[in-house]
Design a protein around this ligand. Sequence first.
Ligand code: NAD
Ligand code: UDP
Length: 319
Amino acid sequence: MDWNFTRALVTGGAGFVGSHVCARLLSRGTQVVCVDNFATGVRENLWELLETPGFSLVEADVSASPAEPPGEFDLVLHLACPASPRDYLRLPFETLAVGAAGTAWALNVARRHDARFLLASTSEVYGDPERHPQREDYWGNVNPIGPRSVYDEAKRYAEAYTAAARREWGADTTIARIFNTYGPNMRAGDGRMIPAFVTQALRGEPLTVAGTGQQTRSICYVDDTVTGLLALAASGHPGPVNIGNPHELTVLEIAEEVLRLTGSQSEIEYIEAAEDDPRRRCPDIGLAKTELGWAPETAPAEGLRHTIKWFAETNQLLT
Ligand code: NAD
Ligand code: UDP
């Protein structure tokens, strides 16, 4: 995939997906300005990037109308947003704000520079879906007042703002609906299923499977997600486009695969199901295949092996 972006603004670049996006852009010769307030991101994710020529960090809250970083941009990638349920339940108002004011700020930067804009949206806009697999023309089934709504509705608002900017300003925007992504640079304690299972297995603790474990997720390795996001950014497609791996697994199967790959003797411990937890989630990626020529290439066992190795080798197990 080719692109000719010279300089990108990446909000949320200190986070899990954002740090990989920044690294990929830099590796392909695009300069990167990362704007992050470390609400859920960590400085460790930036150590290598800060040593890389062409990278700079602005520590700022994008919801608080910060001063625009100097210089020209031809690409704005808006990834800033707490993404783990544990994080957004802890930061409900910050999550709503970054979907609203943060998105407006990032879109206005893109507008002033005539830059391509990509919103990192989510499969959560489909809520607890009643259609399977989820295609982009499905409008979703979201509880607007449930605990997850601070995230789901913030992203739905962000999509609406992005669509309005395209209609009203003629802005060059796109929307990626990202499905569950995993890999190195996730925080051990972020509460998401894969960091939880991997660190529990490596420590010999029970794997905490929520509810019956029969709910499904379709897990995409971060390298594949980043390739999809940048293919969408480079494409000119208005979106929304699903970016995810259609390999659907139950949460219990994912826990068992982690046990198999780590060789851990840990037990499965069933814990209370989360409120409004989506029962099934699986992307239809037909649009990404035809419009972007993109499909994920990493099988869950391979991606999980890389992830387990990373967690075992970093000091994440101590945190
Ligand atoms: P993350 O929590 O690791 O990263 C989010 C980053 O945004 C963090 O570095 C955080 O500090 C920063 N941030 C949050 N609020 C901010 C603000 N107001 N100002 C500046 N920076 C702010 O999450 P992630 O998993 O890397 O997700 C990145 C993006 O992708 C999010 O927008 C998320 O909604 C979307 N997404 C991720 C997944 C996934 O499975 N990882 C799935 C769907 C969508
Ligand atoms: N989950 C689990 N144990 C955990 C963390 C999560 O069984 O320790 C479940 C969670 O209830 C959900 C699925 O795993 O059904 C995926 O959760 P995650 O937080 O990773 O992402 P979500 O898709 O819910 O945003």
